[in-house]
Design a protein around this ligand. Structure first.
Ligand code: ZN
Ligand code: ZN
Length: 336
């Protein structure tokens, strides 16, 4: 079968690899759609440090092509989406609802081969039946939405609270939709792209600002006039550093974007104390795939407009090499 293999950093090639036969408790899926994520770009650039060679791809949906001997939940031809999380199920973190901190944490497309290939094998336990009528393009969005569900659980937004979000890429747009459904009051969004801000307004932002305007337009929204929640969906250290000044007393800062591992920002411990701030993280998916699928199946998300481009597997190495333009949101690989 054909697969995209990351041989080493900045070296992605399309090649023939053996069909992944399922183990007793595994299924092999014929991939129909696979989203490309910022993490995949980090793996390509060598800043995420997986074991090479690796077939990436963790946002995907497809059809069951073969089932292992002990599989009971699926049959050949079933349409499935997959939670890429690989938790051991036995450690203290797994046993206390914190599988995303499993001591043996792994993920399909990060620590084992993923779905940028014609076929991928996965444990039966992490696959989910897709509802009839859900397109594969939506199935491949459940994983990013599962990350958003974890972020929302971490944020603990209360109805009517004001929110300031930095970053209106595809994750930002999913956050905007979630925050709107979850009862956000004022929802201000900042980005460098006019197109993304226009999409943000369609998805529920109450006002939007270009990054270049915020020092003038948000100057009167600091500290006591600040926001109940400030969310980073950029992962850019300078942006994160600058956004804390807009956090109101007893406000929550949610670090949703993935910053470089060695980046540092400075924050005043006195401010954290005096302002009653909560600084909160959100690591990947934490038993949130099922609620994400239910949320999606109920028609709460508009994901089709977030797909900037569909490409074929053969085009992916060139896409990685050239990097992502500022206006591009989600890119999906189509095998349909
Ligand atoms: Zn991802
Ligand atoms: Zn564990």
């Amino acid at each position: 079968m054909k697969a995209l293999v990351m041989e080493s950093p900045r070296n992605a090639v399309i090649k023939d690899v053996p069909y992944p036969h399922p183990g007793p408790n595994e299924i092999t899926i014929q991939v129909k759609r696979c989203g490309i994520c910022g993490t995949d770009l980090h793996i390509y650039q060598g800043t995420f440090m997986p074991k090479y060679p690796l077939i990436p791809g963790h946002e995907f949906a497809g059809v069951v092509s073969k089932t292992g001997a002990h599989v009971t939940k699926f049959k050949i031809g079933d349409r499935v989406a997959v939670d890429p999380s690989l938790f051991c199920g036995k450690c203290d973190y797994c046993l206390s609802g914190r599988g995303n901190h499993c001591v043996e944490w792994g993920a399909i497309g990060d620590t084992v081969n993923g779905a940028m290939a014609e076929y991928v094998k996965v444990p039966e336990a992490v696959a989910f039946h897709m509802p009839d009528g859900m397109p594969f393009a939506e199935g491949a969005f459940i994983e990013p939405i599962a990350c958003v569900v974890h972020g929302m659980n971490q944020l603990q937004l209360r109805v009517g609270q004001s929110v300031l979000l930095f970053g209106a890429g595809s994750m930002g747009q999913l956050l905007i939709q979630s925050l709107s459904h979850a009862g956000a009051g004022e929802l201000a969004v900042v980005d460098v792209s006019d197109n993304k801000l226009e999409m943000a307004r369609k998805n529920g932002a109450t006002h939007t600002f270009l990054s270049s305007e915020i020092s003038s337009k948000l100057n009167n929204r600091k500290k006591y006039a600040g926001f109940d929640a400030v969310i980073d969906a950029t992962g850019i250290p300078q942006v994160i550093q600058a956004q804390l000044q807009y956090l109101a007393p007893s406000g929550t800062h949610l670090q949703f974007g993935v910053a470089p591992q060695d980046a540092r920002i400075s924050v005043s411990p006195f401010d954290i104390y005096h302002m009653d701030w909560k600084l909160v993280g959100s690591m990947a998916v934490n038993h949130t795939f099922k609620p994400a699928m239910d949320w999606m199946a109920a028609g709460r998300f508009k994901t089709a407009p977030l797909i900037s481009k569909q490409i074929q597997l053969d085009e992916v190495p060139a896409f990685f090499a050239q990097g992502k333009a500022a206006d591009i949101m989600k890119v999906q690989i189509s095998f349909e």
